[in-house]
Design a protein around this ligand. Sequence first.
Ligand code: ADP
Ligand code: UDP
Length: 238
Amino acid sequence: MENIEKGELITTGKAKSLYHSNQQDYLVMHYRDDTSAFDGKKIESLEGKGTINNKFNAFIMNYLEKEGIQTHFVDLLNDTDSLVKKLDMAPVECVVRNVAAGSICKRLGLEEGIDLNPPTFEFFYKDDELGDPMINEYHIRSFGWASEEQVKQMQIKTFEVNEALKKLFSDAGMILVDYKLEFGDFQGTLLLGDEFTPDGCRVWDEETREKLDKDRFRQGLGDVVESYQIMAKRLGVI
Ligand code: ADP
Ligand code: UDP
């Protein structure tokens, strides 16, 4: 698509801002340096994060398209902006976990690092004030957040992403521990939306198990953007 222009701001989220574009049904997604954790209780600006995440996401979305998974991603516009299809988002987060870490450890009293075989799946309701509570597919149906078919598709597609990305990361010497995806409707088709970046997944070095993702920010380990860059270099993003 040529001569794309950024229009009016639609919404500002915790890490990205969405703008209209001069093309109907297409939006400009702007990746900011803002980084937040613990439902927005810890916020910092990390220089260069917007750029690395924008490029990282473009690489992963293009890879997933090649693997037959349809996404909202259209094109990189510049260092921090991408053109995406405007989706009617389901207000739910789809999480797949290959290894136990984060909230599942607290919830079920697990030690971090236990392999989950088969990988497990969780839905969360996207609501910061409620702290994104865990929900199940019956909640999604009862509250009309998505149809039965969309629920099924979100689960199937999230696992398809797992098969594709587990291998991609493992070929680059990394373990894909877990990740969060969001989906939305585009003219009757459910597409993968939002982002796949180190902000929304956990990735460890295969040998040392060093954390390369947003847990570095959550846990105050330092070198956050540097670690995102290491991950990106290993995958061939940059
Ligand atoms: P948060 O909502 O967690 O604060 P962001 O700062 O990442 O997150 O904001 C991005 C917002 O854009 C989210 O609400 C997300 O659901 C929404 N979104 C992502 N992709 C699309 C899309 N293709 N069309 C419309 N909205 C989208
Ligand atoms: N995640 C996310 N956004 C959220 C909640 C979780 O991107 O609002 C990602 C998180 O980075 C991790 C996975 O989803 O890769 C599982 O997160 P978890 O439930 O363990 O929650 P956390 O303790 O990380 O908030």
